[in-house]
Design a protein around this ligand. Sequence first.
Ligand code: 6V0
Length: 306
Amino acid sequence: MATIPKQRVSVIGGGGNVGAATAFALIAKGVPAEVLVVDVAEKAAEGQALDISDASFMMPGTCRRGTFKEAGQSDVIIVTAGARQQPNEPRSGLIDRNYSIIKSIMDSLQPIKPTAKILMVSNPVDVLTDIAQKTSGLPRHQVIGSGTYLDSGRLRNALSEITGVSPTSIHAYMLGEHGDNQFTAWSSARIGGRPLLEHPQMKDVDLDSVYEKIQRKAYVIIDAKGSTYYGIGICAATLAEALLNNTSQVFPVVNYVEKFGCYMSWPAAIGSDGVEQSFDVKLNGEESKKLDAAINAIKETCSNYQ
Ligand code: 6V0
């Protein structure tokens, strides 16, 4: 019998597409953790866990179905449970359906391990991260959301196609809200130590059309196959890995930004305590207006769901 790793990651909603993709990505990345798949749909959770455990025989991680109580005692609790977008539905439209689901999940997890970190993925992720923090009782720095990490990855892929540089060497962020109020921080984007917009290949690029393509990508995928899960699965697994392995990597994730007074997607260094540092991104006037719009939209929704 395989040795059970000491660290535990639970995926609540793991019977569904995003949860299963996340659990599989954790195993495939070789994260040395016991991965628990938890879902109200127990049969679906059992099936996903059995399938993923077949992939774990050559990896340090293990996978099985778990209970909500076991999940509450995990080192990292990833929440992917809830309703997903229908074609052309904005993420913000999910709040009524997912608000009560997230509150009931936080109750079912109690008592939550005091050192646990919660990673929210369910949408609208900015507002649900705020609700998860308040209802879990964990400190703000231990509760984060995947936010615009996925959108920033999509942006880096698009910029890689234009510039011919690896996406891992392009430092560019989508920030604000993971939704219709996200924006590209073009003025702070860097490539090889210089402003991205000074790269010769960027000279004639229509920035609005690059933004629109990123913004529409989830809608295009949902229209074609019903939901998106591979990209977000690897993003969630990478964030869990940073939390477990104390990597202090900087990601654009949902974290509580003191100076804005709300949870939103903003660059933060992530380690075993959760958020270790939040950063001060320099924005131009137009970007600052978009940031204000995102903050207002998030705060307004949060105030309606307390
Ligand atoms: P899905 O495939 O329908 O899976 C949802 C799962 O949640 C199902 O297995 C349900 O049984 C389960 N569930 C519902 N209520 C509960 C509960 N109370 N406790 C435990 N499990 C429950 O949806 P999918 O996996 O495609 O999407 C899940 C969520 O992820 C949605 O809110 C999406 O909008 C969101 N996404 C977030 C992304 C991001 O970038 N943050 C990206 C893609 C999807």
